[in-house]
Design a binder for this molecule. Structure first.
Ligand SMILES: NC(=O)c1ccc[n+]([C@@H]2O[C@H](COP(=O)([O-])OP(=O)(O)OC[C@H]3O[C@@H](n4cnc5c(N)ncnc54)[C@H](O)[C@@H]3O)[C@@H](O)[C@H]2O)c1
Length: 323
């Protein structure tokens, strides 16, 4: 079978493709696992992975006809990761609307036109929650996004829901927690500091904490998120029922707890490299995001989060910081 991964050159895209290629097969219908014969990674930049089964396509998701030209009769799975992320969508409204909204609709229409009801996994975000939140967000808390990115993600979820209801696709939207620790260069996400305050000091570089150390965020490690994406891919349609959006499990942690974990892994010298410099704009956006969740539905469906913040930081140090 063939798989299309949009945003395939991005952080999660590269890790997911690596995992799919290594696994070599995946179960997207109820009978048995199927061999992965080809993966197409679509992104505006070229991906770094090379494999005979992988083709890296450079192009813009929202360009008319592009996604349709990449889908095949044997495309059983589409993982839609391409996005203009939070800070960038807030800074450039038109770009966010074009990629996150028009691009997502174009992708869903192309999947519908296949006529084979492909499985579609859409990475939404906890940024669909915002404003006057209850102390704990539950599975029935109504999404009330406060930023353009969250609004665009929520509309994407609604489209996935309706395209699934109509039988055009077998869709599922997962609201991904903030991923820490993200290696490499930061992207345009407003939450980027949550990774930066670990990644930079462990590399001996200064980092800025633009929000209060008491700020609570809902976090998950890259490994946990990739595990949960694989689970999303393989869950049966019956396991989802009619409601195709879900809050993924994560950890509630303050930035201070991250710094405490940094102290254990990198020592006091690493913590001293983090400079507290409050940034009103970042704080306003991040403080509208929910930090505490009850993810009973996802846990009952077999999703699993990380054990604690320290294990996330230790995992990063093991895998990336020390090569
Ligand atoms: N990492 C997180 O903390 C987090 C949290 C919640 C949700 N998500 C969602 O998960 C997905 C992947 O996130 P990530 O961390 O890998 O981000 P990323 O920025 O590394 O990857 C997104 C990719 O989309 C590509 N892209 C942007 N515009 C495009 C276009 N017009 N056409 C094709 N490709 C385009 C980018 O070049 C980038 O490679 C995104 O949809 C993001 O909104 C991520």
């Amino acid at each position: 079978m063939h798989i299309l991964v949009t945003g395939g050159a991005g952080f999660l895209g590269q890790q997911l493709i690596k995992r799919l290629l290594a696994q070599g097969q995946v179960q997207v219908d109820d009978s048995a696992a199927q061999g992965i014969t080809a993966i197409t990674a679509l992104d505006v930049v070229a991906g770094a992975l090379a494999d005979p089964r992988l083709s890296n396509e450079v192009g813009d998701l929202s360009q008319p006809g592009l996604v349709a030209s990449l889908l095949r009769k044997d495309t059983r799975l589409v993982v839609h990761l391409a996005a203009v992320v939070s800070g960038s969508a807030e800074a450039d409204f038109d770009l966010g609307m074009r990629v996150n909204l028009d691009g997502t609709r174009a992708l869903l229409e192309a999947c519908r036109a296949l006529g084979t009801q492909p499985r579609v996994v859409f990475t939404s975000s906890i940024a669909v929650f915002g404003g006057d939140m209850p102390a704990v967000v539950t599975d029935i808390t109504p999404p009330t996004p406060q930023g353009s990115y969250g609004i665009q993600k929520l509309i994407g979820e609604h489209l996935v829901q309706d395209f699934s209801r109509k039988g055009f696709i077998d869709g599922r939207s997962v609201r991904v927690p903030t991923v820490v620790v993200r290696p490499g260069k930061p992207n345009g996400a407003a939450s980027g500091f949550a990774s930066g305050i670990i990644r930079e000091p462990l590399a001996g570089i200064e980092a800025v904490l633009p929000v209060s150390p008491e700020t609570v965020m809902w976090l998950a490690s890259p490994a946990a998120v990739i595990g949960m994406l694989m689970h999303t891919i393989e869950l049966s349609a019956q396991a989802w029922g009619w409601h195709r959006s879900i809050n993924l499990p994560g950890l509630s942690a303050t930035m201070q707890e991250e710094l405490d974990a940094l102290r254990v892994v990198g020592g006091e010298a690493a913590v001293k490299l983090v400079k507290y410099a409050p940034d009103e704009k970042v704080m306003r956006l991040v403080n509208t995001w929910a930090g505490r969740f009850d993810t009973s539905r996802a846990l009952a469906m077999g999703y699993r989060a990380d054990a604690d913040v320290l294990s996330i930081v230790q995992g990063y140090a093991r895998e990336y910081a020390q090569g």
